[in-house]
Design a protein around this ligand. Structure first.
Ligand SMILES: Cc1ncc(COP(=O)(O)O)c(C=O)c1O
Length: 419
């Protein structure tokens, strides 16, 4: 059955009805012969995914980067979990809480392509990465490398470690338009000395959406005896990769971003041989040194969020990682290719598909990003994230799979008009 016949039979074409996960799976089966790249630009098709999102009519949301709010299919399951945990009460907490959390971590490890004994569920990227930054055995004059484009919470944690232990922080600046991977690898390599202990690198820079050649950076750093921690806040469930293939030592991400898990869930991956050398954020009872659960004590927390991870993964797998990545890259290319050469516009994100996916940043020459964001919102009813710093001056534009090309046409028109 093809897509149109499926929708007609399901009685859903044009009715505004949301498809259940099972119906979505059938819909995707009905287009299994269509390549993911062809499907990426089929707005009619993605309209059936859009129906699962309750969208505010007030503005076009092109700021899905902070929080990828949930499709209704996942939200309904989440609410069921909240009710169930409230019904079970302490009984749940004392019986299956920890087994369930472990099962969710195993599902996430499958998405991440890593062994389940090397990944834990945290509350967010900040907790994951700050645990590593704060938990290494720092000595005075040890050095750490990071970029000014990194996320402020991690840079602040490095500042604290510097004050506390006398660690020297070396800060590089990543160009918005590198010509080659070597430009980036050499930039990080040039900051390494005999005293360098840890290098932090973003998989995808949050303010521009630039994807960095993380594996090459890890290979280079390991050759020089330096550990690497990857900030994957924006890469996990956005574009495809397996964490172990990056050859990093540590990787953190937030699941409320691209996996659309309810707020307050993240992952931390620690390579097996590194688990024993990290001090946990919160002490755990006696464990074997390489047991990752020693890093996972957080006390009582919203366990219903943990349970919704399985539902978010079901939704993600139903769409399919390749189809999601292709859709997001299509949407970004759709608008950036129309404005990249406009004389008033400055694109702060590389065009190379290896260096970008769904997120891009655009500035208007001579206009403050905050003014640009205000104008986009007030005049054109487009919600974005203005960025003004670290060599990036413009608004971050983050569509999600439900975004339509008609919405992006409004952005393109606005960018052409803004001066
Ligand atoms: C690159 C990057 N790292 C870390 C974070 C922190 O994420 P969270 O607030 O979920 O811990 C963000 C949030 O936007 C981010 O973009």
């Amino acid at each position: 059955m093809d897509k149109r016949t499926f929708l007609k039979n399901a009685g859903l074409a044009g009715l505004g009805g949301m498809l259940s996960i099972d119906s979505l799976a059938e819909l995707f089966n009905s287009v299994s012969s269509v390549s993911s790249a062809d499907l990426a630009g089929d707005d009619d098709f993605w309209a059936s995914i859009r129906k699962g999102y309750k969208l505010k009519p007030d503005y076009i949301n092109l700021e899905n980067g902070y929080y990828n709010f949930l499709p209704e299919q996942v939200l309904e399951k989440f609410i069921e979990h909240v009710r169930e945990i409230n019904y079970q009460g302490s009984y749940y907490m004392r019986t299956v809480q920890f087994d369930n959390k472990k099962a969710m971590a195993a599902k996430l490890a499958a998405v991440a392509g890593c062994p389940p004994d090397q990944l834990i569920i945290t509350r967010n990227t900040t907790e994951s990465l700050d645990m590593i930054i704060g938990g290494l055995d720092w000595k005075t004059d040890d050095e750490a490398i990071m970029a000014e484009q990194d996320y402020p919470a991690m840079l602040d944690m490095f500042k604290q470690v510097s004050k506390r232990y006398g660690v020297i922080n070396k800060i590089v600046s990543v160009p918005n338009h590198p010509q080659t991977d070597d430009d980036i690898v050499n930039l990080y390599a040039s900051a390494i000395t005999d005293r360098t202990k840890l290098l932090m690198v973003c998989h995808m820079i949050n303010i521009t959406g630039q994807i960095l050649p993380v594996k090459k950076i890890c290979d280079m750093a390991h050759n020089r005896g330096v550990q690497v921690m990857v900030d994957g806040a924006h890469s996990f469930a956005h574009f495809r990769f397996n964490i172990p293939d990056l050859n990093c030592d540590y990787f953190g991400s937030s699941l409320h971003k691209w996996l659309s898990v309810p707020l307050g869930a993240g992952i931390l991956y620690v390579r097996k041989d590194k688990i024993g050398s990290v001090w946990p954020l919160i002490a755990e009872g006696e464990r074997k040194p390489d047991d990752i659960s020693r890093l996972n004590h957080i006390g009582t927390h919203p366990v219903h969020t943990d349970l919704a991870i399985a539902d978010a993964i079901d939704f993600y797998n139903t769409i399919g990682a390749e189809r999601k990545e292709d859709r997001l890259r299509f949407l970004q290319n759709y608008w950036t290719s129309k404005v990249r050469d406009l004389p008033n516009v400055l694109l702060n994100t590389p065009a190379d598909p290896a260096r970008s996916c769904g997120i891009a940043n655009v500035g208007i020459k001579g206009m403050k990003p905050s003014d640009m964001g205000d104008l986009l919102f007030k005049k054109y009813k487009i919600y974005t994230a203005p960025i003004d710093g670290a060599g990036v001056h413009g608004c971050r534009i983050t569509p999600n799979v439900y975004t339509t090309t008609a919405e992006l046409d409004v952005l393109v028109k606005a960018l052409a008009e803004l001066k």
